[in-house]
Write a protein that binds this ligand. Structure first.
Ligand code: PEP
Ligand code: MG
Length: 584
C-alpha cells in the first residue's frame, strides 16, 4: 500500500533574514569526526587504501573548484587557503600516516581521524605561532576527507538547481561561501539567532533564512519541495498545489515591491518635514561596496574587517589590507566609509587570533576586539597603517569596536597618531583629517557617553552586542529570543543616553546594529536624533520608504509616550500601531 503523500506540513521557526523562497530540501549534515572502531581494513587493507586514495582525488577536485570559485567572488586572498589545503591533502605526513594505520588493521576513516588528530596535536604543541595556526587547517582537510569517505554531504557540493539548504548551524565562513552557490534559494537551520554573524551575511546576500527548526529526518526529507518565508519564520514542507500557487502569487508581489522600491532609490532620505537621516550600508568586503550605492545608500557605516582575516591561516599583510580598504573607499567616494578595526573573538572566530589569546572560559567576555588589538600592537599597527595609507583615497572614518573605557580610546588614538606621523614621514599621502569613532556596544560606553563623546568624532551603536551585554542574553541562542529584546526599556534608555551624550558634545551619533534596519524602531531613532543608520544594503530601500512617511514631531511625541512604558512587548505593540497610522 502506498503511503498517502503528506501535504502542507507547516513549521514555525525564527526569522533570520527576510524574503520568500521555494526550493527542494537539501540536507547537509556532518558525521562526527571520531573513530568508530568499525570498518573492514583487517580483511581488506588494499581496498581501504584504494578508498582513501579515491577520497583524496575527490578532495583535490573539490578544493580546486573552490579555489577558482572563491577567486572569482571573494578575490585571490581568500582563494589562497584552498590552494594550501590541496598541498596538505597530499602531504606525506598525512598520506603515510593513514596508510600505516590501515596496515595496522584500521578502517580508512579511523586511520584518517587518528592521523589528523595526531598531526593537529603536534602542530598545536609547536612554539612558532605560524605553525600552531596550521593545526586548524589540518583538521579542516582531515574533515573534508572524512566527509567524502563517509559519504556525507557538504556545502561545496550543493546541487545547482533551486534548493533550500537545511543545516544544523552555519559558520560565518560557510555563509560567505553561499554567495558562490547560485542554486541556494534559502537557508533553514536549527541554531543561530537573528543577529548571529551568519544571519547578517544571509541578509547581505539577500537569502531568506529561518532558524530554530527541528531538522528531523521525517520532516526535512531531501528532495522534497518546501516554501519558506524569512519574514514570518514559516516553512511549509510538501506544499499542496493550492498553497504553492498562493505562495507564488506572494513571490510575484514581492518582486513588484522590490521594483517599486528600486524606483525610489534616488529619493533623498528624509522625513516628510525635511529631517535628513543618512541611510548607509554595512559591508564585509570591498566587493559589497557597489551594493550599497545600488540600494541608494550614501555611505558605509560599518565595514566588518574581520572577514578579511577569516578563512585563512595568517593575517592579511599591510599591503593586502591597504588594497581592500582603498577599493572600498574609492568605490564610495565622496561618501564616508566607516572601517571598523579588527573585531575578532566571541562569535567571530579567527584561528590565529585565537592562537594569540589561548583558551578562555568566557570568550564573549574575553580578550576580543579592541582588547586583543591593544594587547598585540603589531597586529593593530599593521591595520592602522593600511587604513592611514588608504585614507588618501576617499572619505575614511576609523571605528573602534567593543570600547568599554576611556583609556582604551586614548591608547588607540595615541597609536593612530604615531602611525599617521610615521606614514607621513615615509612620504605616504594621507587624508588631512581621519575621524576616529567608537562603537557603543557595551553598556558602560553608553552610560559614559557624555565623557566618551569628548574623546571621539562619532559614535555608532552596535545594538547586536549592546542588547546582548545589557540583558545578559547570548545573541546567537535562538532559545533566548524572548529575552533578546531590542525594545526592552533598559536598552532604549541606553540608546537615549548615547544620543544625548553625543549631542551635548556635538559629535555625530549613528547606529550599525541590526536594529538600524528595523522599520518598527525607526520613529524612535528619528525622535532621538540618530544622524545615520547603517544596515544590510538590501534593507536601505525599505527603511527609506518608511522614513519618507514619518514626521519628526510625531516621532518625538511617540518617544515621550514610550518612555513611560514598562515592557518591551507593550512598546512593540505601540510601535506597530503607530506604523499603521503612518500608512504601512
Ligand atoms: C553590533 O554588535 O551591533 C555590531 C554591529 O557588530 P557585530 O554584529 O559585528 O558584532
Ligand atoms: Mg558587535
Amino acid at each position: 500500500m502506498n503511503t498517502p503523500k503528506r501535504a502542507d506540513v507547516i513549521l514555525k521557526g525564527i526569522p533570520l533574514s527576510p524574503g520568500l523562497a521555494e526550493g527542494r530540501i537539501c540536507r547537509v549534515r556532518s558525521v562526527p569526526f571520531q573513530k568508530t572502531g568499525g570498518g573492514g581494513a583487517a580483511s581488506d587493507p588494499a581496498g581501504e587504501e584504494e578508498r582513501f586514495s579515491r577520497a583524496r582525488e575527490r578532495a583535490l577536485e573539490e578544493l580546486k573548484a573552490l579555489e577558482e570559485a572563491t577567486r572569482q567572488t571573494l578575490g585571490s586572498d581568500k582563494a589562497a587557503i584552498f590552494q594550501a589545503h590541496q598541498w596538505m591533502a597530499q602531504d606525506p605526513l598525512l598520506v603515510d600516516g593513514v596508510a600505516s594505520g590501515i596496515r595496522e588493521g584500521q578502517s580508512a576513516e579511523d586511520a584518517l581521524v587518528e592521523t589528523t588528530l595526531a598531526l593537529k596535536a603536534q602542530f598545536e604543541a609547536l612554539s612558532d605561532p605560524y605553525f600552531r595556526e596550521r593545526a586548524a587547517d589540518i583538521l579542516d582537510v582531515g574533515q573534508r576527507l572524512h566527509r567524502i569517505l563517509t559519504g556525507s554531504e557538504d556545502l561545496s557540493r550543493l546541487p545547482e538547481e533551486d534548493c533550500l539548504l537545511a543545516v544544523e548551524e552555519l559558520a560565518p565562513s560557510d555563509a560567505a561561501l553561499l554567495g558562490t552557490k547560485k542554486g541556494v534559494r534559502g537557508v533553514l537551520t536549527a541554531e543561530g539567532g537573528p543577529t548571529s554573524h551568519f544571519a547578517i551575511l544571509l541578509k547581505s546576500l539577500e537569502l531568506p533564512g529561518i532558524s530554530g527548526l527541528p531538522l528531523r529526518d521525517d520532516l526535512f526529507v531531501p528532495g522534497e519541495t518546501a516554501l519558506c518565508d524569512g519574514e514570518t519564520g514559516e516553512v511549509v514542507v510538501s506544499p499542496s498545489e493550492e498553497t504553492r500557487s498562493r505562495f507564488r502569487d506572494r513571490m510575484e508581489q514581492q518582486e513588484r515591491t522590490r521594483s517599486r522600491l528600486k524606483a525610489g532609490i534616488d529619493a533623498p532620505a528624509r522625513t516628510r518635514d525635511g529631517h535628513s537621516v543618512g541611510l548607509w550600508g554595512n559591508i564585509a568586503s570591498p566587493h559589497d561596496a557597489s551594493g550599497v550605492l545600488d540600494a541608494g545608500g550614501t555611505g558605509v557605516g560599518l565595514f566588518r574587517t574581520e572577514f578579511l582575516f577569516m578563512g585563512r591561516t595568517t593575517p592579511p599583510d599591510e599591503e593586502e589590507q591597504f588594497q581592500a580598504y582603498r577599493e572600498a573607499l574609492t568605490a564610495l567616494a565622496p561618501f564616508p566609509v566607516t572601517i571598523r578595526t579588527l573585531d575578532a573573538g566571541g562569535d567571530k572566530e579567527v584561528p590565529y587570533v585565537k592562537g594569540l589569546v589561548g583558551e578562555e572560559a568566557n570568550p564573549f567576555l574575553g580578550l576580543r576586539a579592541l582588547r586583543v588589538c591593544l594587547q598585540h600592537p603589531d597586529l593593530f599597527r599593521t591595520q592602522l597603517r593600511a587604513l592611514v595609507r588608504a585614507s588618501a583615497h576617499g572619505n575614511l572614518r576609523i571605528m573602534l569596536p567593543l570600547v568599554s573605557s576611556l583609556w582604551e580610546v586614548r591608547q588607540a588614538r595615541t597609536l593612530l597618531e604615531e602611525v599617521r606621523a610615521e606614514c607621513r614621514d615615509q612620504g605616504n599621502p594621507t587624508a588631512e583629517r581621519i575621524p576616529l569613532g567608537i562603537m557603543v556596544e557595551v553598556p558602560s560606553a553608553a552610560i559614559l557617553a557624555d565623557r566618551l563623546a569628548r574623546e571621539v568624532d562619532f559614535f555608532s551603536v552596535g545594538t547586536n552586542d549592546l542588547i546582548q551585554y545589557t540583558l545578559a542574553v547570548d545573541r546567537q541562542n535562538p532559545r533566548l529570543l524572548s529575552w533578546y529584546d531590542p525594545f526592552h526599556p533598559a536598552v532604549l534608555r541606553l540608546l537615549a543616553l548615547t544620543a544625548q551624550g553625543a549631542r551635548a558634545a556635538g559629535v555625530e551619533v549613528g547606529m550599525c546594529g541590526e536594529m538600524a534596519g528595523d522599520r518598527l524602531a525607526l520613529p524612535l531613532l528619528v525622535a532621538l536624533g540618530y544622524d545615520d543608520l547603517s544596515m544590510s544594503s538590501a534593507r536601505i530601500p525599505w527603511v527609506k520608504e518608511t522614513l519618507l512617511r514619518l514626521d519628526r514631531p510625531s516621532c518625538q511625541a511617540l518617544w515621550e509616550e514610550i518612555q513611560g512604558m514598562e515592557s518591551g512587548s507593550a512598546i512593540r505593540d505601540r510601535l506597530a500601531a503607530f506604523q499603521e497610522t503612518t500608512g504601512e
